[in-house]
Design a protein around this ligand. Structure first.
Ligand code: NAD
Length: 485
């Protein structure tokens, strides 16, 4: 085992969980045993919530301009340790080192946004009647929870940590049991940055801790990022306990390619979108709708896909189960009559025979009712469907239950605008394969990709992590006695 067993982080200290139950943390890169992660109990969660509750009064009373100083420092620490964080991320998640560097850079950008919160959260004040003022303030909620997935071990925790905490909340986070090491490293950085003990806490574990978070009376709000199946469970359970909840789910993102699209640029974007992070991105292109004859672009997509080599510029998928699931999807599509143009099954990387790799896969002549067209595959696979018109393409896109992202590749501005209007997704790209809005714009899908109101990052997150206090004050005699007395 390369690292010591993972511990919980409670009240500013790494502590053992109250259980001997654990899971092995295995590197998808080569199958090596990295560490063990405890399957903490509800007693462990309770300790974390209690520590957060004790820390809350002092932290929330501190002016936000002082609170964000911790995140200015945290940002410099992320920059200082970017190589170490990226190496850890690649080891536990399997993505390439350059993808991990990009993930930490994005974490830095998220932190920069949190540092700007004082400029954004000043409330409003207005003299609503002679001598009478109304004023609003954003007030933190209390102890909040963040439950995160395996595919971005640093970035997704940083969707919530800087904003929620800078806004005055205290947090308990539950990392993915598959990638708990990056989050533990983030705890050392917030501590070094000067965050008081108890403001940020980590409780490791699996679904038992997630259920305990949804049920804990001391937790005011729950944010979740993961699959749609679990997002629904968490949203229902947390809200049935009268908590505020925002649960981001899975995705099936459609790219629509029109005959006038720039061939080289489109092919590079499609190949990069489907295969980046081994297709394990909720913003990955997973289905492509070829409108009319775009055979020349499909040929180029295949050429680009063949340049993507497992173990070189393509990372591993998270585990054997995932590898088998992805390969099964490809085999089923083939049996149902789809044509495999580039086949990533049975990928092996020399010297890393126990790693879990799937090569880039391009499947053509997919029918909209096939599983590869409808379901989230979460691997480096693109399923191409063919239509004659943009409206048929939009009908396919609109029929899918998810709604994270959709993109169009075209040189026609009017057509692009039409697709922006008609696509049923929260984030739309025009000649962009991965249309992630960058700060200060917020991130969030629609439909089965997001349950709850608002987005998880950017300005929209302010509404989720705070409640509004409205005060009406009357000081001057000219206000008279009649104004609502
Ligand atoms: P997951 O849903 O399996 O797990 C997410 C979290 O929920 C983990 O912390 C896990 O321990 C916990 N969990 C798992 N099963 C549970 C259960 N039955 N009850 C309660 N908690 C449970 O997701 P994952 O495999 O870690 O991540 C991949 C998924 O996340 C994909 O579907 C991907 O699209 C999605 N994702 C979505 C976004 C977005 O912004 N919409 C971003 C990243 C990832």
């Amino acid at each position: 085992m390369k690292y010591t067993p993972v511990e919980n982080y409670i009240n500013g200290k790494f502590v053992a969980a109250s259980t001997s139950k654990k899971l092995a943390v295995i590197s998808p890169v080569d199958g090596s045993h990295l560490s063990d992660v405890p399957l903490s109990t509800s007693q462990d969660l309770d300790k974390a919530v209690k520590a957060a509750k004790v820390a809350f009064p002092a932290w929330s009373k501190m002016p936000i301009k002082e609170r964000v100083q911790v995140f200015f420092k945290y940002k410099t620490l992320l920059e200082r340790d970017i190589k170490e964080l990226a190496a850890l991320c690649s080891e536990e998640n399997g993505k390439t080192y350059s993808e991990s560097i990009a993930e930490i850079e994005k974490s830095i950008e998220l932190t920069e946004f949190a540092c700007s919160l004082p400029q954004l959260v000043s409330g409003e004040i207005l003299e609503v009647s002679k001598g009478v003022e109304c004023r609003t303030e954003h007030v933190p909620l209390g102890v909040v929870a963040s439950i995160v997935p395996f595919n971005f071990p640093s970035m997704v925790p940083n969707w919530t940590i800087p904003n929620a905490i800078a806004l005055g909340n205290c947090m308990v986070i539950k990392p993915s049991e598959k990638v708990p090491l990056s989050c533990a490293k983030l705890a050392t950085l917030v501590q070094e940055a000067g965050l008081p003990a108890g403001v940020f806490n980590i409780v490791n574990g699996d679904s038992e801790i997630v259920t305990a978070i949804c049920d804990h009376p001391g937790i005011e709000a729950v944010s979740f990022v993961g699959s749609t199946k679990v997002a629904k469970i968490v949203y229902q359970r947390a809200t049935s306990n009268f908590k505020r909840a925002l649960a981001l789910g899975g995705a099936k993102n459609h790219l629509m390619v029109l005959p006038d699209a720039k061939a080289d640029m489109t092919a590079q974007n499609v190949a990069a979108s489907m295969s980046g992070c081994a297709g394990q991105r909720c913003m990955a292109a997973s289905a492509m709708v070829a409108v009319g004859n775009v055979d020349h672009i499909i040929e180029k997509i295949c050429e680009e896909a063949r340049k993507i080599v497992p173990g070189e510029n393509l990372g591993a998928v998270i585990n054997k189960e995932s590898q088998e699931r992805i390969e099964k999807y490809i085999t089923e599509a083939e049996k149902q009559g789809a044509k495999i143009l580039v086949d990533g099954r049975h990928a092996k990387v020399k010297g890393k025979e126990n790693g879990t790799y799937v090569g880039p896969t391009v499947i053509d002549y997919v029918k909209p009712d096939m599983a590869v067209a409808k379901e989230e595959i979460f691997g480096p696979v693109i399923s191409i469907m063919r239509t004659n018109t943009v409206d048929e393409a939009l009908a396919i896109e609109n029929a899918n239950p998810y709604g994270n992202a959709a993109s169009v590749f075209t040189q026609n501005g009017g057509m692009a605008r039409y697709i922006i209007e008609k696509a049923s997704a929260g984030m739309i790209g025009v000649n962009v394969g991965v249309p992630v809005p960058r700060e200060p714009f917020s991130f969030g899908g629609w439909n089965d990709s997001r349950f709850g109101v608002g987005d998880i990052t950017g300005k929209s997150s302010i509404e989720f992590w705070t409640k509004l206090k409205k005060s009406t004050t009357k000081w001057n005699p000219e206000a008279g006695v009649n104004w609502m007395s």
